[in-house]
Design a protein around this ligand. Structure first.
Ligand code: IMP
Ligand code: MG
Length: 185
């Protein structure tokens, strides 16, 4: 893999802005779920850095769990129709207040199918917290209850979002320079 500096067109959201917004979301969620028993569910792998930082900014007692889904056409930049659960939750969500934490809502298919699947397990409440939203790409309707940033239709990486599985660790969100990026075969 190339160094990120060689494929970065621009920093879209810097680390300071991310941390500030995540702190605001944490405060909002803490207020909204006061005295509710909150369960954060992270969608692997992109949601990890966001959920960890968010959790540290939530001041009420809460639990976390993790799940993974693969959309058909994994490895491609386009996600298609429906998602398949590849790693299920360890927690029974029945009668729990569930907040799904995701890196980005793009076409919306991933979140829409996860919401559908989790709703059949009869949680007390089920809401969505997404760091990023690309509304221009939306195909499936999804309610995003808590949102970090709305972004333009550009391929981004960092802070959980990957470029062919790399760079999830970066503390900022950057735009990929598709002219400079050379995917390995
Ligand atoms: P959706 O099902 O189209 O909403 O796709 C959501 C998933 O696609 C996200 O969870 C990301 O893993 C991935 N994705 C969408 N846009 C980007 C991007 O710009 N950079 C990295 N991953 C992305
Ligand atoms: Mg993802």
């Amino acid at each position: 893999m190339q160094n990120y500096q060689d494929v970065l067109a621009e920093v879209l959201i810097d680390a300071e802005s991310l941390q500030k917004r995540v702190a605001e979301l944490g405060a909002q969620i803490s207020a909204d779920y006061q005295s509710a028993d909150l369960l954060l569910i992270c969608i692997l792998r992109g949601g990890v850095p966001f959920m960890v930082d968010l959790s540290r900014n939530i001041t009420i007692p809460h639990m976390m769990d993790f799940m993974a889904v693969s959309s058909y056409g994994i490895g491609k930049r386009e996600s298609s129709g429906s998602a398949r659960v590849t790693l299920d939750l360890q927690t029974d969500i029945r009668d729990r207040n569930v907040l799904l934490v995701e890196d980005i809502v793009d076409s919306g298919h991933t979140i829409a199918s996860v919401l559908h699947m989790l709703s059949t397990r009869q949680p007390k409440s089920l809401k969505v917290c997404a760091l990023l939203d690309k509304p221009e790409r939306r195909e499936a309707h999804v309610p995003v209850d808590y949102l970090g940033f709305t972004i333009p239709n550009k391929f981004v990486f960092g802070y959980g979002l990957d470029l062919d599985e790399y760079f999830r660790n970066l503390p900022f969100v950057g735009v990929v320079d598709l002219e400079k990026y050379k995917p390995s075969e």
